[in-house]
Design a protein around this ligand. Sequence first.
Ligand code: GLA
Length: 665
Amino acid sequence: MSVRLRLAALGVAAATAAAGLALVTAPAAVALDNGLARTPQMGFNNWNATHCSGDFNETMVKGIADLFVSSGLKAAGYQYVNLDDCWALPARDAGGNLVPDPVRFPDGIKAVADYVHAKGLKFGLYSSAGTKTCNTAGFPGGLGHEKQDAALWASWGVDYLKYDNCNNQGVDAVQRYTAMRDALAATGRPILYSLCEWGQNQPWNWATSVGNSWRTTGDINDTYAKMLSIFKANIKLGQYAGPGHWNDPDMLEVGNGGMTDTEYRSHFSLWSIMASPLLIGSDIRKATPATMAILTNKDVIAVDQDPLGVQGTELSNANGLHVISKPLAGGDRAVALFNENGTPATISTTAAAVGLPKALGYQLNDLWSHKTTETAGKISATVPAHGTAMFRVHAGGAWWSNPPAVHTSADLPLPYPGAPALVQPGTTTTLTTTTTNDGVLPGLLGEVKLTGPAGWTVKATSPTFHPVLPAGRDVSTKWSVSTPADTPPGSYPLHVSTTYYPGKSTSDYDLTVSVAAPLTAGTTGLGDDPWLSADNGYGPVERNTSNGESKAGDGHPITLGGVTYAKGLGVNAPSTITYYPAGHCSAVTATVGLDDEKTGAGSVTFEIWADGNKVADTGLIKRGDPAQSLHADVTGAGLLRLIVTDGGDGNTNDHADWANAQITC
Ligand code: GLA
């Protein structure tokens, strides 16, 4: 019997559908009728910050509740303070009840819930739809104890349950999660029900009537690559989300330190335009002002919490440049322009493409700079590497009372699209700034400035002053930028600033350029050599081991066809590692294949690129194929890329090794 049929057989109280459903393109199933999560839930969960460490205790939870009130998080809409795994003891008591860990929670769970409630907040707890939770210590799960556990939680004042999927004994997921839904309902207490079965049984097809949200993927971690891959999976599921029943791409990592603030702004923007639950996953007692500014951005939160309750959809994603649009109550559209790549790019769409009605002018509210401009219809931004520009767009109104939407980009000549912007010490680089006016009205008295780091010489070689920035057109300025000979390797900002009238409006932008150390002379192992960047499907690229999929150092000895290699690179497709031979190297050699540690079907290709040219390609390598020797002539290459593709069949099981990879310089 299919999942859908089984759902019908459950005889869910379908007739009581919430009226809000009419607003969204929801599937036939009816939303869980507990009245909760009419907009995506907002709050905190300790897991991403603490896992099961000793930091997870009553003091922490109370401290977070205090901060919710004192730091403005509560005012910004965050409501739930949730405990994850490891709050209980490994054994139930003689009466079969769960017992709070007395070291972490000496006053019990009810006391903590009372504390949270006294702050005007709500309290959440965790369990698993299995015999034990996910932690290896094995805390008791809810399978077979649904009624007793739900009643206990309700007596403690629990308002939210996250229900995990570990140790489920192969019992049908719909049955397990429905049993807990019914047990929660039977308590008579409204308890938000968050399913966490990682998308394994396509919960979007059946959980609308079971839970208020369902995880769509495996666990997030604090890396840009993981955040990106979860975004790509979750964005496709928009049609299933709506008031009371949301796709959950997992909790926020904002503030945990593994991504830049630009990347965290993207994470927050993307989660919000996907109408995702916003559960803070960092220890905000230690948050930087930048972290707090991201988490309390009310304009972005308003997109997430928009009462229409529609998840954004992706209009295009050509070459990693994503355009996402979300209809809002009252007719506005939220638009996110997300640059997945490692180099800045201009991303554009139009008011018509995002579904706005025809108008002479539109108001463009930038949700990160909080500036409002007018546009004739183009929605464009110069977006930094891994960054996101986010707007609320309104058709008509007093658009003419705002300055025209002007943005300036800076372009260096690059050996291939997406190449890192490198400058060499002791040389002069030519670059071009281009200022574009997307408005209906002209900009006046436009002036472009480019400033570099102290000691760098920046000179305009064509006019920087443009009396008129005509509507719908662009103007350019050429610059020469000299990098001092003693500049050490690192990243350096070049700041581009445009001012224009009316209102002495500004448009600012940082182009980051890098100085890199070339690879050293001789034949060296690429597993030990410094790289410029390393992107990977799961977890980080590993040096001299296979890929372990989640954190640095979690791989195993590289093994291909029974042979173990001490050196090399372990990746998971899709992966790109970029090195800087700087024209001084001649050859790359490696033995490549799928690591023996995985047995399931998988396929990849290995490619070597010298600047914009592919100089070696294995073709498709499938599980069971012998390892291949690869040799590439890279003479004169400024940049070298080792690329592994997923072979066209997804990237599960794609542990790919560049065994004994060496370069001769
Ligand atoms: C699973 C869940 C995580 C977290 C841990 C706790 O991995 O997906 O979100 O709750 O269990 O052990």
